[in-house]
Design a protein around this ligand. Structure first.
Ligand SMILES: Cc1cc2nc3c(=O)[nH]c(=O)nc-3n(C[C@H](O)[C@H](O)[C@H](O)COP(=O)(O)OP(=O)(O)OC[C@H]3O[C@@H](n4cnc5c(N)ncnc54)[C@H](O)[C@@H]3O)c2cc1C
Length: 564
């Protein structure tokens, strides 16, 4: 059986950064990914990464903006770590080869982003994630002697030993269909978010909440799952993202009367208020009949106010996206956008070293909840989160590995069980519903009932629908009966992961009877610090999901009214 000191599931930015850190610390490392590493969803990240690099800036200002952006639900000890370590991490990236944009003086250029009190977002045009991911992959190649790569391997379950410690995983080789058990002293989940739970979403088809569900199924608590971010600027039909970098460069948002409606809700920051605030403002314009587009379901993003030369230099990817997916030249006319699902603030609960309450199991990146984003993530803080906590998890796991022997993982029974589950899915009769139909219904109900505005009644409807879909998913059928690259069968497993994530989100959203950050309850429109300045944890028990609370860590910033 393959055995490693540190086995990382996920080769996006969090996974690759963890691998690099663990390899540098001398551990034997393996990275497993269901797609080729540079196709991980981090490659889509566009606008940039935050760090208080400017001489006029201070990490405390970044930390305060993050705390305020989180609507005071973020844990301030973790936020302090992330923001204080950010400048060195970004400079490290520069030194290993990320070609960040520079200004005319040759210094790193920084752009404005939402919720930030000054320009602090470093960027590579609007392909920042791609630039970072490729450089990290190149770095991993340098450690090829100690870093094994399982590319196009799909993890089906986590293995725990008799004491409840994580000691490996079971996985399927996507190319051949072969199942294999892997032993590991430590497993780091870096599997990304769960955007596909929603339809539409800015997230790619591979972002299906696998890591969240894998951890949940072995009893790890999930935290802040009700906090789902809607990005203010996504294309109306496809949900494709138009980066916040556009507003950072000065683009305006307009309603059907040509008004910059952010004047009403965020007169100081306008289009650069935090994402929850801007998305709500847009949804109000749409719901109250001041929308644009065929059904009035969008508002205008006007990039024409940005000098054309600058747009072509710093936002070239969205110029292409506008043309290809909406038939609009954004340098010459406004484009119709609306709020769309983008990111989940919640995930597997960890400490600041990525440790979950299950010994030997770590999580980092979008799969995890440290919680640095609390109720609402600031744009360009996620790439930072992946790197800082990916590195810390890698370092901690490597140190733990050095102090222990290889666990006696005997995955034979679990390996057989996972294999049988897959065979049973392939053998299902072609009756009832297809996997894709259930997935579509899930995405639509979540986008209707667990979106920018939510109510108790709507969330109850979502809960009932998810329960029914869970039943139907037990017998959902697929076309492909083969073993080689059978993405169909993996889709059926992913559907199960997504349903688990959706259930946790809806249960937590029902529980939180207040409005904070991305959770706006129309039946409880006020923030209620007295009762709800706390995290909601969802844990899977033998009797089903159970909810509990954990305190918010406050170090230096007391909750106050949040105005932009
Ligand atoms: C369009 C878009 C633009 C964005 N722009 C920005 C930005 O400018 N700045 C910013 O800060 N944030 C941005 N974000 C958010 C940010 O990109 C993500 O939160 C972050 O990249 C997630 O990285 P990750 O390493 O946690 O996960 P990912 O990059 O999603 O990687 C997940 C990895 O897990 C693997 N995996 C998953 N399940 C399994 C399984 N079952 N078995 C094996 N492997 C598995 C995948 O193959 C993949 O390698 C953007 C997001 C989107 C969607």
């Amino acid at each position: 059986m393959p055995a490693h000191d540190v086995l990382i599931i996920g080769a996006g930015l969090a996974g690759q950064r963890a691998a690099l850190a663990a390899a540098r610390a001398g551990a034997s490392v393996a990275v497993m990914s269901k797609v080729h590493p540079v196709r991980s969803h981090s490659v889509a990240a566009a606008g940039g990464i935050n760090a208080a690099i400017s001489v006029d800036d201070d990490w405390r200002s970044h930390a305060y903006d993050t705390v305020k952006g989180s609507d005071f639900l973020g844990d301030q000890d973790a936020i302090e770590i992330m923001c204080s370590e950010a400048p060195a991490e970004v400079m490290h990236l520069e030194h290993i080869g990320v070609t960040f944009h520079r200004n005319e003086h040759g210094e790193l250029d920084l752009r404005a982003f939402g919720g930030a009190s000054m320009k602090r977002t470093a960027y590579v045009a609007d392909i920042t994630g791609q630039a970072m991911l490729h450089v990290l992959y190149e770095q991993l190649m340098r450690h090829h002697e100690t870093v094994e790569r399982y590319e196009e391997w799909f993890t089906t379950s986590l293995q725990l030993d008799e004491e409840g410690r994580c000691c490996g995983v079971i996985a399927r080789d996507v190319r051949s269909g072969k199942m294999e058990a892997f032993a590991a002293k430590n497993v780091i989940l870096a599997c990304g978010g769960a955007g596909q739970v929603y339809k539409p979403t800015t997230n790619g088809l591979i972002v299906t909440g696998d890591g969240i569900a894998l951890a949940y199924r072995v009893g790890a608590p999930l935290m802040d799952m009700e906090m789902v971010q809607y990005h203010p600027t996504t294309l109306v039909d496809s949900g494709i993202l138009i980066t916040e970098g556009a507003r950072g460069e000065g683009a305006h948002l307009l309603n059907s009367a040509g008004e910059r409606f952010l004047e009403k809700s965020a007169p100081n920051k306008m289009e650069l208020a935090s994402r929850d605030v801007v998305s709500r403002a847009e949804q109000i314009e749409i719901d109250e009949g001041r929308g644009v587009g065929p059904d009035g379901k969008g508002v205008y993003l006007d990039v024409t106010v940005v000098p054309r030369r600058r747009t072509l230099e710093a936002l070239r990817e969205i110029v292409n996206l506008g043309k290809d997916f909406a038939g609009v030249d954004i340098t010459r006319e406004p484009i119709t956008i609306r709020p769309g699902q983008h990111y989940i603030m919640g995930g597997v609960k960890t400490d600041v070293d990525g440790r979950t309450p299950i010994e030997g199991l770590y999580a980092a990146g979008e799969v995890a909840c440290v919680s640095v984003h609390g109720g609402n993530r600031l744009g360009a803080n996620s790439l930072l989160d992946t790197l800082i906590f990916g590195r810390r998890a890698g370092e901690h796991a490597a140190a733990r590995a050095a102090s222990m022997g290889m666990p006696e993982a005997n995955g034979t029974a679990q390996l057989r069980r996972d294999g049988e589950v897959i065979s049973a899915i392939i053998a299902r009769p072609r009756e009832g519903r297809r996997v894709s139909e259930i997935k579509n219904e899930l995405g639509e109900v979540m986008n209707r009932e667990a979106a920018v505005f939510r109510s108790g009644e709507g969330l109850e409807r979502a809960r009932e629908t998810i329960a029914r879909l869970k039943e139907e998913a037990q017998m959902a059928w697929i076309d492909d009966r083969g073993t080689v690259f059978n993405q169909d069968v993996l889709g059926a497993i992913e559907l199960g992961y997504m349903l688990d994530c959706a259930e946790a989100t809806v249960l937590a959203a029902l529980e939180r009877t207040e409005s904070r950050g991305a959770q706006y309850r129309t039946d409880f429109p006020a923030r209620n610090d007295e009762e709800w300045l706390k995290h909601i944890d969802v844990t899977l028990t033998a009797g089903g999901p159970e909810l509990s609370y954990s305190p918010v860590t406050i170090t230096q910033w007391q909750p106050e009214e949040r105005k932009y």
